[in-house]
Design a binder for this molecule. Structure first.
Ligand SMILES: [Zn+2]
Length: 300
């Protein structure tokens, strides 16, 4: 918690607790627009033109036959329409088989294990620092996402000093679809989710360093909503707040800071600790689930 409290400014309510974000309202409106969907065989302009022309000419020919009162024992127009429909069905089936599969959209997650090296972060217990917990969580999350076929980039894989600007630079070079900054604290319980306190902006081309997150705030809010949903459904207490955090504010991707605290005490069970491997694995699994759900959201 040291870094978040010491290095940044929280938006807090009167009681001193992080202020609610009301993630359920106005979230992700920019993703709601979808292109109209057409049958596969109609997606090329020339196909539609040729089929329309053939249909009109064929129908005219059928009518001409009918007008000449040639007794064929059936209506030429009806037969033509049936044959034309059968042809379209066959064409659509052949097109579907011969069309190459569309390449899967790129989805990459950036995991930033906060602190490291000279920066130990908060002391969690007599032998463990925050930097140890964040790295352990990062390794678990990377492994879980990798096992599910998701590309992952991390800012560190060892006990190494990296400053906030370097972390943002790694994230921005990677063009990540989601950026997750991991912190840990021995105070409180559950998980604290933070998004940037920057004012949302529309123009992504004019984003400057330290305010680069501004055009992504809305997407970051939607990402926080996905993570919040996965955690709360699993019974993990979640606190939501906005924060002024240098690394987060400089990232050009949907980004959130996640601070893991001790698990909430359960009745009849001994209290687990933040350092508990099973608890860390559970949190990492929930985060992986949320990020996989977010993939669908990000690609809409
Ligand atoms: Zn921290």
């Amino acid at each position: 918690m040291r870094s978040i409290n010491a290095e940044s400014r929280l938006t807090q309510n009167a009681s001193g607790a992080p202020g609610p974000l009301h993630l359920g309202t106005g979230v992700n409106q920019s993703f709601s627009l979808r292109a109209p969907s057409f049958p596969r065989f109609m997606r090329k302009g020339w196909d539609t033109t040729i089929f329309s022309s053939c249909f009109v000419k064929g129908l005219g020919f059928s009518r001409a036959i009918s007008c000449r009162k040639i007794s064929l024992g059936f209506s030429p127009c009806v037969v033509f329409i049936i044959l034309f429909c059968l042809f379209l069905n066959s064409y659509a089936a052949i097109s579907a088989q011969s069309a190459p599969p569309a390449p899967a959209p790129r989805y990459m997650v950036l995991i930033d294990a906060a602190h490291g090296g000279d920066d130990s972060g908060a002391r969690i217990n007599a032998t463990t620092f925050e930097k140890n917990i964040t790295l352990a969580l990062s390794v678990r999350l990377r492994s879980l996402l990798g096992a599910r076929g998701i590309e992952v980039t991390t800012t560190r894989e060892a006990d190494k000093t990296i400053d906030a600007d370097q972390r943002a630079e790694i994230a921005n070079r990677a063009s990540a679809s989601a950026c997750i900054i991991l912190h840990a604290t021995s105070s409180g319980t559950g998980v604290h989710l933070f998004i940037s306190s920057l004012t949302p902006a529309r123009d992504q081309k004019l984003a400057a360093w330290r305010t680069a997150q501004s055009p992504y705030v809305q997407q970051s809010t939607a990402l926080a909503a996905s993570v919040n949903s996965a955690l709360t459904q699993a019974g993990i207490p979640v606190t939501l707040a906005r924060i002024n955090l240098r690394g987060l504010d400089s990232m050009t991707c949907p980004a959130i800071a996640i601070e893991i605290a001790n698990p909430a005490a359960e009745e009849g069970k001994p209290a687990a600790a933040l350092t508990d491997a099973a608890y860390q694995a559970h949190i990492a699994d929930l985060l992986a689930t949320a990020l996989i759900e977010w993939r669908a959201e990000a690609h809409r």
